[in-house]
Write a protein that binds this ligand. Sequence first.
Ligand code: ADP
Ligand code: MG
Length: 271
Amino acid sequence: MTMAEPRPLTAGPAAAARPVYQIERLSKTYARNRLTALTDVHLTLHKGEFVSVVGSSGCGKSTLLKIMSGLLPPTTGRVVLEGKPVTGPRDDIGMMFQQATLLPWKTTLQNIILPIEIRQGRAAARAAIPRANELLRLVGLGDFAHVYPAELSGGMAQRASICRMLISNPAVLLLDEPFSALDELTRDFMNMELQRICAEQRATAFLVTHSLAEAVILSDRILVMKPRPGRIVEEIVIDLPRPRTLEMINTPRFGEIVAHIRDLLGKEAFQ
Ligand SMILES: Nc1ncnc2c1ncn2[C@@H]1O[C@H](COP(=O)(O)OP(=O)(O)O)[C@@H](O)[C@H]1O
Ligand SMILES: [Mg+2]
């Protein structure tokens, strides 16, 4: 199948865009257990591109994301974002995890402006309120600004955490299984929301997911990882037209791509 051949980057629409993230010769060995979680990872993300990583549990996906975000130092190699080496947490990196992690004693709006308050103080957080309200409308939470997290559904809480991620206008979005705790219908909806938001913001996104369907529907490229030691074994360019729709899941092409990735990962990966 031609998909197995990584295509030259000039083939995709994102290829014309400039590089945003550059990762070279990355490896990570955890000192505690001498475990090589990642080896020889090379990766370039272009402006506006959506790239996903799939692979079995323990193959180093979260380790890669943590190093990219500056939360964890690599053992070798380097990570450069917008021309500057990543050496610690940065304002131009937005992150989202499996749990929404909203503070229960703050309203939706207060949660969204919290990163600004922490970094730049109360006055800056107040000044960010109109932008926070705009983001809430963007994700369909316009009427929920003054509600506490306990009154939000799981999907609504995740949408609020998308707003919290976007409030600092990050250059890249790093997403570690952000929707895996949601039911399937909500997850489909969130995937379409994420696609729309990324298109509107021209965001560059990097998604870790267990769901092959989610990776295929959202991505321009999918990186397939294998464990022991964690490494990228293949890159697959997803040539489905944009915007993607949920109906595409039922097309033969979609099925072919999913089957190809499943083959690569081997049976053990998704049991
Ligand atoms: N802080 C840590 N110390 C030691 N080993 C770790 C640590 N974090 C992760 N690991 C190990 O590194 C490997 C990769 O983990 P991780 O990046 O979380 O994988 P994934 O996100 O793909 O499930 C696993 O074998 C895991 O047990
Ligand atoms: Mg993980």
